[in-house]
Design a protein around this ligand. Sequence first.
Ligand code: BGC
Length: 757
Amino acid sequence: MTAEKIKEIVSQMTLEEKASLCSGGDFWHTKAVDRLGVPAMMVSDGPHGLRKQKDEGDHLGVNDSIVAVCYPAGCATASSFDRELVEKMGQAIGEACQAEGVGVILGPAVNIKRSPLCGRNFEYYSEDPYVAGEMAASYIKGVQSKNVGTSIKHFMANSQETRRMSSDSRVDERTMREIYMPAFEKAVKESKPWTVMCSYNRINGTYAAENKKLLTDVLRDEWGFDGLVVSDWGAVNDRVAGVKAGLDLEMPPSCGVNDKLIEKAVKDGKLDEAVLDRTVERILDIVYRFMENRDTEAVFDREAQHKLSARVAEESLVLLKNDGILPLKKEQKIAFIGQYAEKPRYQGGGSSHINSYKVTGALEFAKDLPGVTFAKGFDDKEDVIDENLVAEAVKAAKEAEAAVIFAGLPDAFESEGYDRTHMKMPESQNYLIEEVAKVQPNVVVVLHNGSPVEMPWISKVKGVLEAYLGGEAVGEAEYRILFGEVNPSGRLSETFPLKLEDNPSYLYYIGEEDVVEYREGVFVGYRYYNKKKMDVLFPFGYGLSYTDFAYSNLKLDKKTMKDTEILTVSVDVKNTGSVTGKEVVQLYVEDEESTVIRPVKELRGFEKVELAPGETKTVSFKLDARAFAYYDVQLGDFHVESGSFKIMIGRSSADMKLTDTVSVESTKEIRRKYHLNTTFGDILKDKKAAAFLEPLYASCTMIESCDTNSAESGLGSSSKAMQDAMMQYMPLRALISFQDGTIDFEKLQQIIDKINQ
Ligand code: BGC
C-alpha cells in the first residue's frame, strides 16, 4: 500500500484507535481496526522453524505449537559458512509462514557470543560480527523473498540471559560499532528486514525499548531502516519514551495499560501526535506488506522441508578431530553408544522451540547395518553415573572394532532464560567416554550442544564430530558423514577455548547485579586469543574434511590504493585429495602499522567452494574501506589509517596459508584538537601541526639537549633513549619550564589556537 494511502487511513483514526494500534491484539497478532477495514497480522517465533501457537500464547515455548520442521539452530547454520544454503532455508521457512498465514517470523537472532556461557548461544550465529551479519542477511533475503517479514533480534548488546530484562550492558562506542552492531548493520543495509526487535536490556543506562540513539539515530538515520521496531516480549519500560525513541509496536499488549499512557501523553501535550501518527503508519505499512502479498497457494510441505533440514545439517556439522578413524566402513563392527544416537538433542529450549515434524537419530539409519550394535550409555534426565548402562556400553565397545559415542549437553544445561555456570559436559558422560576409551582404541564422539564444551578426554579419542543442535534431521546428517556419504564441510563460527577461564569476558561475565561491563572491548573470541597468542582447543574457522586442499596464486589487483577504492583479491584452491569436498576459504586482514590498539587480524571475507578431486577453482573477494577500518570515536565514523595491511588467506583463524600486503592511503583526515597537554610526540606526527612549533625550538633548552644524535653529545645510548622519550612524552605546557624565558602561556596558547584552526 502506498504511503499516501496509509496516511489517509491514519488520518481517519481517532486518537484512541491510534494509541491502541501501538500494541498487539493478543500475544501473536497486531490489532485490527474493523471500522476502517484494517486487518490484524500474525507474527510467530522463529528463528529455525515456525512456532505458530494455536491456542494460548507464551514466549517460552511452553504451550504447544503447530507441527513444523525444525532446522539446525543458528550455532549450526553459521558453521555451514554457506550463504546460499541459509537463504534457501529462509525461503522454506517463508513458504511455511505463507501457508500458515504468519506475516513476520521472529528471527534471525544475531547477538554476539561474548561468552560460551550464554544460555542462548545455540540460537546465535557467531563470536564474529562479519559471519553473523552474512548469515543474517542471507536468512532475511530468503524469508522475505516469500513476502513474509523477519524480525532481526535482539537489538542490542544482549549477550547473556541472566537478568536479561533489567541488566545494563555497558559497552564503549568503539566496541559497540565494531563488534555488537555490525551484524545488524549489515543485515539492515543489505537485506532490509521488515522489522527489528529491540532487546530487553539497557545499553549504557537506557533501555533498548526507549533508546533513541539506537532505534532512531543509528537504525533509521544512519542505516536507513524503513520497517517497524517491535519490543521483545515484555521489554517495554516507559512506553511514551519508547514511542518518542522509535519503538513502534509493543508485544505482547499490556492489556491496554500502555496504550492509555500514549493517549494521555498526546492529550497532555507531552507527545506530539505527529510522532504517534508516524508510529502507526509504520505498523500499518508492515501489516499491508504482508496482507497484500498473501500467497494462498503456498503449501507447507513438511516432508520436503525435513529433507532440506537434513541437507542444511550436512553442511553445518564440523569435524573437529580425525586420527584416521573416519569415515567408518559400513561392514565394520561398530558400537553406537549414548542416548543421543537414538534420540538426539537437536534444538534448544525457549521461544525457538519447535513442535517437530519428525526426529531422526543416527541409529535409525544405521540399524540395518549388520555390524552395528547399540547401548544407551547414559540417561540425560539427571547427571548421575549409571554403572549398569556404562557396563553395557563398555561391553558393546569391547566387542566392536570401533565405538561412536553420541554425547552432548542435556536440555537442562543450556536454555533461553538462564546462563550456564560452567563449560563442562555432564560428569556421567565424561565418565562414559573415559570408560569406553579404556577398552576401545577407536572411539569417535559426536557432540550435541549449543555452545562450546571442555573435552577432558580429547587425547583418548580418535574422532570428534560437532553436531551442534543440528535440527530434527541431524541423525541423517551424522550417519552420512560418519560413513563417508557426505564429506564434512562445516567450520567453527566460534572458538572452543581450552577452559572457561581463558575466555576474555570471564572476569566480568555476568556482571554485578544489573551492571554488566564489556571490559574486554573489541577483544571478543579469536580477536582476543590471537592477540594473546593463546592455545585454544579449536580455533575459530576450524574444521576438517575427508580431503585436502592446497592454496596458491594469491593475487591482489593493486599494491597501493586509496581507502575509497576496492581491492580485489583472488586465490586458487585445489582439492589434492581423493574425494569431492568443500572448503571454506577465509580472508583475514591485519593492520600492520596501527596506532590504535586493534586485534591482530579480523575476518573480512569467506567463500565456500566445492571441488572434485584434482580440481582447482579461483575464489575472489572484494574489499572496501570497512575491511581495513576501525571505528574512530573522535571522528564518529569508521576510519582507515594510512599504512600497510596484510591480506591473509587461511583455513582457520590460526592457520594462514598465503599472505600479501597492500598499502592503503587514507582519504579522511582526522583533525585532532591540540591543547596545552598534548605531547610533542603526538604533534610531531602531524606534519602541518609540527611546522607551527618550529619557531619555538630555539627557546627550548630541552630540545637543545635532545638534539644529540651525534657522538659529540657524549651521552650513552640509554641516556639518549631517555632524552628522546622525555621529549616525546613532554606536554607542550612543559615548554614553559624548559626554556630561555621567551615564552609565556599566552604565546603558547596562541600557537596552539593557530594549529587548531
Ligand atoms: C524472546 C524472543 C522471542 C519472544 C517471543 C522472548 O522471550 O527473547 O526472542 O521472539 O520472546 O516468543
